[in-house]
Design a protein around this ligand. Structure first.
Ligand SMILES: Cc1ncc(COP(=O)(O)O)c(C=O)c1O
Length: 425
């Protein structure tokens, strides 16, 4: 029976039962962490053979004969550029291979634009009275952390299953020259798991910004992270942008953080040749080279983009049962009550759920008290303010399956308890 159709007496009985279940659970003294989308130990173990690819007798030269152990090659070794170019469907000359973190490349890109300006822009962003960013919500908390750090005003744009609401994006971007950027996770978005539709990608590629220094931050973190055979497909934004002469408007990012090791992968920025030349000049004041040994290690391990894609099946074997468990438990425990909405993603790292308005913080608090730490309610919104106090990001990847099951039991009980308490007033 739907919770909202219950009489007051039924609701009270429901609350008493939920409370009993909750107290039972609490007495187990659990201590589980589902707060971040980290790969599990089993996933990290998959990539251990990569560490044996290079040893003290290895040939340490890249395909051009450059010794990767030495200084130089600021934008990365060609072998690695080719790997990522193939993966992202662009030319190798559009790739800069960085260190281990794409978030670091995003932060640096905002910092460079803010302090020095972007290719084709008339002045640094900081020379404006104010700088604004569009933030599709819910979104990735660390994106919002970067823009908040620079004092950039963040404007919420609603997400839909097709991507950000493009009517709003087009209206704002074309009318306000202080809007300098937008954060996008176009494939298996964090946290909803939505992939932008072809129409959305085409509309992004055809934007006509009022600012001459606007950039789309296209964070393609989950481009190969499929969980199902009938996985999503994302249109190549650079192909579409070329049709509009808009290639300079896009910075794309990716990394192997959730392919090999989050602490020791390789990350890239992918951009037009104009942007790459502009960024390289600025980067040359910052560094002489990134970790080319690690680039070579990754290239030798995967061989090519097809090798890397095939390798992702090993991750899927670990992750798919966890995602299935989460979605099945939500359906089984809460489906009929009609008190929670969620998307069953076909890839990525998260299941995003929506409680009744005003219940998310309480659910997260109940879970914490019961021994399961979730991502803070509101974290997926700029300034940590979810206007509806409704969205919660579940991260099934890290705990082993049996712990995940327990965490989800507690989560479902907490949703029941928080919702019925709210309904009873
Ligand atoms: C959308 C998104 N972008 C970037 C990152 C972090 O990437 P990296 O490890 O390459 O810094 C994450 C990690 O969760 C993410 O969800």
């Amino acid at each position: 029976m739907k919770l909202k159709e219950m009489s007051r007496a039924q609701l009270e009985a429901f609350r008493d039962e939920a409370l009993r279940e909750y107290e039972d659970f609490k007495s187990k003294g659990l201590s589980l962490d589902m707060s971040r989308g980290k790969p599990s130990k089993a996933q990290l173990d998959i990539s251990m053979p990569m560490l044996d690819v290079l040893n003290s007798t290895s040939d340490m030269k890249d395909k051009n004969g450059v010794d990767v152990r030495n200084y130089g090659g600021l934008t990365g070794i060609d072998d690695c550029k080719e790997l990522f170019a193939d993966l992202l469907g662009v030319k190798p000359s559009m790739i800069i291979v960085g260190g281990n973190s794409s978030l670091n490349l995003m932060y640096d890109s905002v910092a460079r634009a803010y302090n020095f300006g972007v290719y084709g822009g008339s002045k640094p962003w900081c020379k404006n009275e104010k700088v604004k960013f569009l933030c599709p919500v819910p979104g990735y908390d660390r994106h919002f952390g970067v823009t908040e750090t620079f004092g950039i005003e963040m404007i919420n744009v609603p997400m839909t299953p097709q991507g950000p609401d493009m009517d709003t994006v087009e209206r704002l971007v074309s009318s306000d020259p202080l809007i300098k950027g937008i954060w996008c996770v176009p494939m298996y978005s964090n946290p909803d798991g939505y992939t932008y539709s072809d129409d959305t990608v085409r509309r992004f590629a055809a934007l006509k910004p009022a600012a001459d220094d606007f950039r789309i931050f296209w964070d393609n973190a989950y481009c190969v992270h499929h969980l199902k055979d009938d996985h999503d497909h994302l249109l190549n934004i650079f192909d579409e942008a070329a049709k509009n002469g808009n290639e300079d408007m896009i910075y794309e990012f990716a990394s192997t953080s959730k392919i090999t090791f989050p602490g020791a992968g390789v990350a890239v920025i992918c951009a037009s040749e104009n942007n790459v030349a502009h960024i390289t000049k600025q980067l040359s004041m910052q560094s002489i080279s990134y970790d080319k040994v690690n680039m070579l290690r990754h290239v030798r391990y995967f061989g090519n983009a097809d090798g890397l894609k095939a390798y992702m099946h090993k991750h899927r074997e670990v992750l798919e049962p966890k995602f299935d468990l989460v979605v099945n438990m939500l359906e089984e425990k809460l489906g009929a009550l009609d008190i929670l909405r969620w998307n069953a993603p076909r890839g990525g790292y998260f299941v995003s759920v929506y409680t009744e308005k005003g219940c998310a913080k309480e659910v997260v608090r109940l879970c914490k008290e019961g021994g399961v730490v979730l991502t803070g309610a509101g974290a997926s919104y700029p300034y940590k303010k979810d206007p509806d106090d409704s969205n919660i990001r579940l991260s099934p990847s890290f705990p082993p399956l049996d712990e995940l099951k327990q965490a989800m039991e507690l989560f479902c009980i907490s949703v029941k308890l928080a919702t019925v308490t709210e309904l009873l007033g």
